[in-house]
Design a protein around this ligand. Sequence first.
Ligand code: FAD
Length: 435
Amino acid sequence: MIVNVVGAGLAGSEVAYNLGKRGIKVRLYEMRPKKMTEVHKTGYFAELVCSNSFKSEEITNAEGLLKAEMKMMGSVVLDVAERTRVPSGKALAVDRTAFAREITKIIESVENVEIVREEVIGFDPAEDIWIVATGPATSKGLLSFLEELLGEDFMFFFDAVSPIVSFESIDMNRAFWGDRFGKGNDYINCPLTQEEYEELWKALVEAEVIEMEDFDRKLLFERCQPVEEIARSGKDALRYGPLRPTGLIDPRTGREPYAVVQLRREDREGKFYSLVGFQTRLKWGEQKKIIQKIPCLKDAEIVRYGVMHRNVYLNSPKVLDLFFRLKEHPNVFFAGQITGVEGYMESAASGIYVAYNVYRILKGLPPFRLPEETMMGALFGYIIEKVEGDLKPMYANFGLLPPLPVRVRNKFERRKLFAERAMKAMREFLGKNPW
Ligand SMILES: Cc1cc2nc3c(=O)[nH]c(=O)nc-3n(C[C@H](O)[C@H](O)[C@H](O)COP(=O)(O)OP(=O)(O)OC[C@H]3O[C@@H](n4cnc5c(N)ncnc54)[C@H](O)[C@@H]3O)c2cc1C
């Protein structure tokens, strides 16, 4: 049977390489350079569309741990990144042209990989295996086909995400539970005094934003206003908008606070909470400073920063199974950013995971999830099983991992233990289930 891979980005390159070199026949479709996307500039595979950094290599950093696991599973992206690196402190940054050129050369030389430089605009989901790895800039032709296949409710076309913090980093001595007018206890409320509110407002008004294309601005702002824009419309705008205290009584004072930042649960286990109404275009450093101005969140661990940008991804918990395969069409898999993972390395990692299971299936073996103690296992499991409400793209972070058996206060020590546990779990898993 032939495996068709659509898109030779970070994820598609991993899939094609890892299957091809194991003797599986792969047909890899890439539409560039014949048809370009809005963000890519060359015809190379695995082109980096923005930063040339793959972030940290330290395993006490979530991105570093992800890389260590990818290395254990065999990653062409990581291998080439290490060979084309440029000096960048503790981060792994690459010469982007050398990196993409080398990946292209390697994949072109894998015997079992046939390369077809064409846009795919549809396929028969019952024939052969299809792995769609077309990323955030999936072509319009293919999008129409996917919408028809899945139903338009199962696809998202933009991200307007508020920052997300871990529950354990919220100061619950100051915050209080409760919905407006005592109708339930689902929200965490972070009260602000007038002075704290004004300080937060000022920081929001002065903060630096990431500029966006006019098209994106129109598309996004029609749906929801960034928090900094609301702040700019007047000093009280937030207090009468997303930060209104109406119907929220602080049990410590018996009164409504001056303003309230509400936090809404993001996952079934209650490990993550997002700041209600805080969708934003602020730069990440600015977001951190601003969140720390909210007294209940002054030590908050931000597991995901807010963004507003165009994107394309599936409502994966609804349409995919744990192996990133369509529930309705088990010959069709997805990999990369289109599954709801976010980031270069996360996309590449999902490509390895999908390739691993497609390989197993083709060898007559059952597919496997990766251990949930690993960063890869936790991230992919989160996307399919743990999200409450609509999926918001997620990158690697320690908050995804199951808690340690003992509470460790020191952050560095805690991360070291997480990393050691993850590496051990991955080693044992691959020892038992090699490929
Ligand atoms: C503007 C922008 C900036 C980003 N910056 C960063 C960043 O700095 N750091 C970071 O970690 N992540 C960043 N990301 C997020 C993301 O992780 C990357 O986009 C990553 O490249 C996704 O990998 P992928 O393999 O899923 O998709 P891609 O790498 O985009 O690969 C998809 C491939 O599919 C091809 N394709 C699309 N449609 C078709 C079709 N119908 N037929 C055939 N081929 C097709 C495309 O040409 C492309 O080569 C950014 C995303 C965007 C949109």
